[in-house]
Write a protein that binds this ligand. Structure first.
Ligand SMILES: [Zn+2]
Ligand SMILES: [Zn+2]
Length: 376
């Protein structure tokens, strides 16, 4: 065990959820004094909000959560203490005190999923930030906290110097989820027409990445109009409003743009169950459907034979691993002068204003609010 330096305080503030449907409360939480080999203590710079945070607080998430938890899972910070054997990050870059990093959920490395299937992001024994009880040591397992504990088996990637804290933070859930989804989907061909459902942060990033990957045409579907304009800035050739059109109108438009065939690739970053039915209908025969946005408990009816008759390939994708974080950071580093990543991160709030930030995200007044821990 390695002692945490004396200059690190004994406690810090964090926004805690004790009951679904109730506001977050800023509480004082103990900071661990000892670090296991490979563990890190990070002083958080900021935590950007993700739609999942809103779902968690409102009690609408379709997964097990062990309350009380520290909210927030999309964050970045600087390393203030290291356990032994933490000399490099997960891609071999030197890891020093003071470096800004992003980090992943854990995976055990010893189970069927990790070892045989080689799908560590799906490890059943994973510990994910924001979902582990904060009442047990090491307590600091959520992003809306002045300090966060990084598990020894959490992947970690050093953030390139010219990426801002909010944009680095955004890569640690939103963008790495998009990058991982694209990896699960496979190659996008230059002949492909890609329809992206959703103009939230993930949908906008997906429109940009589809274009970067060479898609011939990218069609975004979403709302409100300001988001559609942003989709165009990210590279969408066409952006359709769900407010001013029906599902039939949108299908007609997609058919017009694809010689009556339907799109080669559909991507669901919308999150509404109804979007899935619509998306299935927009794919051409033999097309692929990447589903990332569905995290709630809603259900729909659909005819499974559609998948057979139209030879559809449906690909789900959850989270992402260290390679996706690295790739997301490298994409930002290379593209941030061309793509408006900074427009995805909106106003800055303090930890005490976390509930307000969640309200503003829920009502779509904000794309991705930033909870800054840098003011103190
Ligand atoms: Zn997220
Ligand atoms: Zn495992």
């Amino acid at each position: 065990m390695q002692a945490v330096p004396a200059e690190v305080p004994d406690t810090c503030r964090a926004a805690v959820l004790r009951e679904f449907g109730k506001p977050l409360v800023v509480e004082t939480v103990p900071i661990p004094r000892q670090l296991e080999p490979g563990a890190l203590l990070v002083k958080t710079e900021c935590c950007t909000l993700c739609g999942t945070d809103v779902h968690l607080v409102r009690g609408k998430l379709n997964r097990k959560v062990e309350l009380p938890v520290i909210a927030g899972h999309e964050m970045t910070g600087r390393v203030v203490a290291k356990g032994k054997a933490a000399e490099t990050d997960s891609v071999g870059q030197p890891l020093n005190l003071g470096d800004r990093i992003v980090w992943t959920r854990t995976n055990c490395g010893e189970c069927y999923t990790c070892t045989i299937a080689k799908q560590p992001t799906l490890c059943p024994d994973a510990k994910a930030y924001m979902y582990e009880s904060m009442s047990r040591a090491p307590h600091l397992l959520g992003g809306m906290s002045e300090y966060v504990y990084v598990f020894p088996d959490s992947g970690r990637v050093v953030v390139p110097k010219d990426i801002s804290a909010p944009i680095a933070s955004m890569t640690s859930c939103a963008f790495r989820s998009v990058v991982h989804g694209f990896a699960e989907l496979g190659t996008i061909k230059q002949s492909d027409t890609v329809v992206v459902q959703g103009t939230g942060p993930l949908g906008l990033l997906a429109a940009g990445l589809a274009k970067l990957r060479g898609a011939r045409k990218v069609i975004s579907i979403g709302a409100p109009n300001t988001r559609l304009e942003l989709a165009t800035e990210f590279g969408a050739d066409l952006a359709m409003s769900v407010e001013d059109s029906t599902a039939e109108d949108r299908k007609e438009t997609v058919l017009q743009h694809t010689q009556g065939l339907g799109a080669d690739v559909i991507m669901d970053f919308a999150g509404q169950p109804a979007a899935f039915s619509e998306g299935l209908g927009l794919a051409r025969r033999g097309g692929a459907y990447l589903v990332v946005g569905q995290l709630g408990r809603g259900t729909i009816n659909f005819r499974p034979s559609e998948i057979v008759h139209r030879n559809l390939r449906i690909v789900g994708s959850l989270a992402g691993g260290a390679q996706d974080y690295w790739e997301a950071l490298k994409l930002v580093e290379a593209q941030q002068q061309y793509l408006p990543f900074h427009k995805l991160v909106s106003n800055t709030y303090s930890l005490e204003q976390a509930n307000e930030a969640i309200d503003q995200m829920e009502c779509m007044a904000e794309i991705k609010p930033v909870i800054s821990m840098m003011t103190e």
